[in-house]
Write a protein that binds this ligand. Structure first.
Ligand code: AHR
Length: 495
């Protein structure tokens, strides 16, 4: 079957929130410590303790929002341990992740400094599992209250006169699991109680995010929407791409085609999950006021041999790049309901953008997809019809091509395409309806002949974007783009 993509360039179906390109950085393994925070006295060049090389690389991604401090860590985190003079901060055990000492040197002030340096919006996840309502209420007051109050005064005494702007606040994390092992009904009541005290002070308006379902737990979404829709702005869902399942997991590199296929198949499942969670949300919120917040997604493989199993450090290959591309296409397709998504995690953990080793840093294939796709941020999603051939392994098939298109404010059109088939190049016939006049077409591609291709500290540029030269047959009606096997392509069309 020929692969055809028809883009209705004059039919805008919704805004692709830039927050779909959000991130998540937890106190887990070497994400915050080493990956982001090295401390002011480190020989690694830094700005107030935050490493400069990582900062510079992340700035290129235009990260719109950053979720912190967890994850499971959030429901064990007591924010008061992480403020004031660093040498006096409490040393605690990060019981969930590797049992290592957490010295609390990276706390609220350091997090907001990071966000300011990156030009990103903060998204704080509060502690419901082991924290009190008072603790959560006081954190919000500490961060956002302008006038005279015990918490605002404390913040000022710690060196920050003005309150910070904080929009996104999560009321707990995975409260069906590490966040308290609650039943949906119980959490719904707890959510209603805790969120009452998450106040919007002065001009700061908080967008409250309720802790959502684990993957396909549609009942959780049903109960939360039934009991608490009126008290939330967003409801989260977490889903990881875990070939072999959590009990087994598979290596991040050194895999064969069967595992490549399984990974793509699992990644595509995000479409079904969002469709079904959205259908439930539609019943309670037909106007789509409440955002579905996919605040943890990404690949989860075995840890790298020799690394701490609690640190979740994994390599990142061309396969991860395709997983990222497929997810973005799915989020963009559902942009009217998916208001935010946050990849897990930014540095050194799970599907990371950046890996570090001492003073060295490399960019992963996933990083490059975030960089290539940032053109979609805040653009208008365009209606698109895709007829794709199949990629078959044994009895199973998936579409070999996935695509998404958007229009920027200045009329530029960006079309991203993924070919998940490792064995076949695919000529995609791209029909552009609603265009008048000719277009200048340019493109970038991320690909490699080896499905296991990845970047290392010795060879950091094995996988990186290059100019795409596969466009032919350009006419007023469209063009042909021949996608090499295992490739991610972004085409830019300007009049
Ligand atoms: O991202 C790693 C962990 O995965 C998070 O801490 C938790 O929320 C999820 O189970």
């Amino acid at each position: 079957m020929n692969t055809t993509v028809t883009v209705n360039t004059d039919l805008e179906v919704g805004t692709i929130s830039r927050h779909i390109y959000g991130h998540f950085a937890e106190h887990l393994g070497r994400c915050i410590y080493e990956g982001i925070w090295v401390g002011e006295d480190s020989p690694i060049p830094n700005t107030r303790g935050i490493r400069n090389d990582v900062l510079e690389a992340l700035r290129q991604l235009s990260i719109p929002v950053l979720r912190w401090p967890g994850g499971c860590f959030a429901d064990e985190y007591h924010w008061k341990d992480g403020i004031g003079p660093r040498e006096q901060r409490k040393r605690m055990v990060n019981t969930h992740w590797g049992g290592v000492v957490e010295n609390n040197h990276f706390g609220t002030h350091e997090f907001f400094d990071l966000c300011e340096l990156l030009g990103t919006e903060p998204y704080i996840c509060g502690n419901v599992g082991s924290g009190s309502v008072q603790e959560m209420q006081e954190w919000v007051e500490y961060m956002t209250f302008e006038g005279e109050s015990p918490m605002a005064n404390w913040r000022k005494a710690n060196g920050r006169e003005k309150p910070w702007k904080l929009k996104y606040f999560g009321v707990g994390n995975e409260n069906w699991g590490c966040g308290g092992n609650m039943r949906a009904e119980y959490y719904a009541d707890e959510y209603r109680r805790y969120q009452t005290y998450v106040r919007s002070y002065g001009g700061n308006r908080i967008y409250k995010i309720a802790g959502g379902a684990n993957g396909d737990d549609y009942r959780w979404t049903e109960v939360l929407m039934r009991e608490a829709t009126g008290h939330m702005d967003g409801l989260s869902v977490h889903n990881y791409t875990v070939p072999g399942g959590f009990e087994v997991k598979r290596p991040a590199i050194g895999f064969a085609e069967a595992e490549w296929f399984e990974t793509m198949q699992l990644a595509l499942r995000m479409d079904e999950l969002i469709t079904r969670h959205s259908a439930i949300m539609d019943q309670y919120d037909p106007k789509k006021r409440v955002g579905l917040i996919v605040d943890e997604w990404g690949t989860w493989f075995q840890v790298e041999p020799g690394s701490n199993p609690g640190f979740l450090y994994q390599q990142n290959s061309l396969r991860d790049a395709l997983v990222a591309g497929l997810h973005f296409h799915i989020f963009q397709k559902h942009c009217n309901r998916v208001h935010m998504a946050n990849i897990a995690q930014t540095v050194n953990v799970l599907q990371a953008m950046i890996l570090t080793e001492g003073a060295k840093m490399i960019l992963t294939p996933t990083y490059h997809v975030f960089e290539m796709f940032k053109v979609h941020q805040d653009a208008q999603a365009l209606e698109l019809h895709l007829t794709a051939g199949e990629y078959r392994v044994g009895e199973e098939t998936i579409p070999q091509v996935s695509a998404s298109a958007s229009k920027r404010a200045d009329g530029t059109i960006d079309i991203s395409l993924c070919n998940v088939n490792p064995n076949q190049a695919v000529p995609v016939s791209l029909r552009l309806r609603g265009l008048d006049g000719t277009m200048n077409v340019s493109g970038r591609i991320l690909t490699h002949a080896d499905m296991n291709a990845h970047n290392t500290f010795e060879q950091p540029e094995t996988v990186k974007p290059t100019e795409f030269s596969g466009v032919t047959d350009i006419s007023g009606e469209g063009l042909t783009a021949t996608l090499p096997p295992m490739s991610v392509v972004v085409l830019t069309l300007r009049s």
